[in-house]
Design a protein around this ligand. Structure first.
Ligand SMILES: Cc1ncc(COP(=O)(O)O)c(C=O)c1O
Length: 247
């Protein structure tokens, strides 16, 4: 038995108390209140098992890591193989073949207008990259997003999110961000016409509330962005695509 298995065997039962002491006591309080304070022992595909051997169907289907199934054997095999290859990984002065091979596969599946991939490890980080690329590429300061949008919790992404339930206590947010009413092309055009907007970031389906855009809204806003030199940034919610990734 390796040291990690021994550690889990020895300390696994303490998970909730340990989490409360060292990570997030409020979350553990919430789990205990709603009766989700199980000791999770194992996961496979769409199922979870607790330490008493009870099996649960896990209905969580969004988020990239869940919609391929937990501990997906093909993903696991690839990860193990990648570790066993002992690739150089992050070579600061040079490149490894694997990221470019992955990018090649992603681009093969993307619309032909997408020419490059940038790798990030979270949705918020993808949004930050989009904000920086958008400002750098256009030389413009402003960022527009839609009311009720959710773009993540880092400071730039939070400035685009702008809902008080997420932002209160973290201000001031970044300057240059404003919101337009979801689904209103007239207001969007008024804002874009100033020609100082770097990008309009928008979810095809708003994940917080599952709000669908009115017919023609996305195509219309893309057309307006093109007309006024603003980048049109589609930020896909993990709950509807299984991965938050501005394209
Ligand atoms: C549209 C959208 N953007 C950004 C995020 C933030 O992603 P993450 O939690 O991986 O930072 C989410 C998360 O649900 C999202 O739905």
């Amino acid at each position: 038995m390796g040291w990690l298995s021994e550690l889990v065997e020895e300390r696994g039962a303490e998970a909730l108390d340990l989490h409360a002491q060292t990570v997030n006591p409020q979350f553990v309080r919430l789990l205990r209140t709603i009766g989700f304070d199980r000791r999770w022992a194992r996961a496979e595909g769409a199922y979870l098992w607790d330490s008493d051997g009870n099996r649960y169907l896990d209905a969580l289907g969004g988020f990239g890591m869940f919609n391929v199934g937990r501990n997906n054997p093909r993903v696991r095999e690839a990860l193990v193989e990648a570790l066993e290859l002992e690739r150089p990984g992050s070579v600061q002065i040079g490149v490894d073949a694997l990221p470019a091979l992955l990018a090649e596969e992603l681009l093969r599946r993307a619309p032909s207008s997408v020419g490059k991939a940038i790798f990030t490890s979270s949705g918020a980080e993808s949004v930050e990259a989009a904000l920086k690329l958008g400002r750098a590429a256009t030389g413009r300061p402003r960022v527009l997003s839609a009311e009720h949008a959710f773009h993540g919790l880092t400071l730039g992404a939070l400035s685009a999110t702008a809902a008080p339930e997420f932002t209160s206590r973290f201000g001031p947010l970044l300057p240059g961000f404003s919101q337009v009413p979801w689904g209103d092309l007239d207001v969007l055009e008024r804002e874009l016409a100033a020609e100082d907007v770097a990008l309009f970031i928008v979810e095809p389906v708003q994940g917080k509330g599952v709000n669908l855009p009115p017919p023609g809204y996305l195509a219309g806003s893309q057309e307006l962005c093109g007309r006024y030199g603003t980048l049109f940034c589609v930020a896909c919610s993990r709950s509807n695509t299984g991965g938050s990734s501005p394209i």
